[in-house]
Design a protein around this ligand. Structure first.
Ligand SMILES: N[C@@H](CCC(=O)N[C@@H](CS)C(=O)NCC(=O)O)C(=O)O
Length: 237
């Protein structure tokens, strides 16, 4: 069985989609990031960056295998299952390019945009929000060009799609209009109708916050420093 450390956000959905697509049995362990579960020493032993998603694979010979960072988790699971990852060296190289693109570009830009759209105080002004509006738009343009002559990022549906899709699913709440990205809009819909994807997006939806974060949650999530993380880890040990 795989222990899946998860909270219902776009980064969590990436791995939920793959687990559902693979039909692998898993045990979902909620990581309540607004409450500080990500600083628990037992979680940080699995995910040293104090971020979910993470997994522990217990279906191995020897000690259970922890994996953190969504790109690494996607690669690990796809390789283990022998699915959603090309076999040939060039196909694997392309997969890696798009995984790295997602975790180094689209993910962080969309994540920061979400922060400035949803959580930044008025005193932050427009600079940060506009910077990330442009970067998110640029990333949508990258996908738009890539999808000009194919249905999925690598041609066939793969972990490259599963990792990039969640941050496109929420384009509208992030303020982006997909009308100017018709290839991306079609790709988004092609993936959205998949039953496994729907199950993944529904996973743990009852755990989601209904209103804006409380002052305490804001502090936990948006005021992290090396010292505060160490302090919170200490408090939870
Ligand atoms: N690069 C990481 C990003 C993961 C990430 O940012 N997760 C957020 C939730 S969407 C988190 O765990 N936040 C906890 C925190 O900010 O302390 C990945 O792709 O796995």
């Amino acid at each position: 069985m795989i222990d899946f450390y998860y909270w219902p956000t776009p980064n969590g959905w990436k791995v939920a989609i793959l687990l559902e697509e693979l039909g692998l049995p898993y045990n979902m362990v909620p990581v309540a990031i607004g409450k500080g579960d990500q600083f628990k020493p037992e979680f940080m032993a699995i995910s040293p960056n104090n971020r979910m998603p993470a997994i522990v694979d217990n279906d191995v010979e020897g000690d259970p295998v922890p994996v953190f960072e969504s790109g690494a988790i996607m690669w690990y699971l796809a390789e283990k299952a022998g699915r959603f990852l090309p076999d040939d060296p060039l196909g694997r190289k392309e997969t890696m390019e798009w995984l790295f693109w997602q975790v180094g570009n689209q993910g962080p830009m969309a994540g920061q945009l979400s922060h400035f759209v949803n959580y930044a105080p008025e005193s932050a002004g427009d600079y940060g929000r506009e910077r990330y509006i442009r970067e998110y738009d640029r990333c949508l343009g990258v996908l738009e060009r890539r999808m000009e002559d194919r249905d999925f990022i690598l041609g066939d549906y793969s972990i490259a799609d599963m990792i990039a899709w969640p941050w496109v699913l929420i384009a509208k709440p992030l303020g982006a209009d997909l009308a100017k990205f018709p290839n991306v809009a079609a790709w988004r819909n092609r993936i959205k109708v998949r039953p496994a994807v729907q199950r993944a997006v529904d996973l743990g939806k009852e755990l989601r916050r209904s209103g804006p974060p409380t002052a305490e949650e804001r502090k936990v999530l948006y005021e992290q420093t090396a010292e505060s993380v160490a302090r919170m880890a200490e408090r939870q040990s």
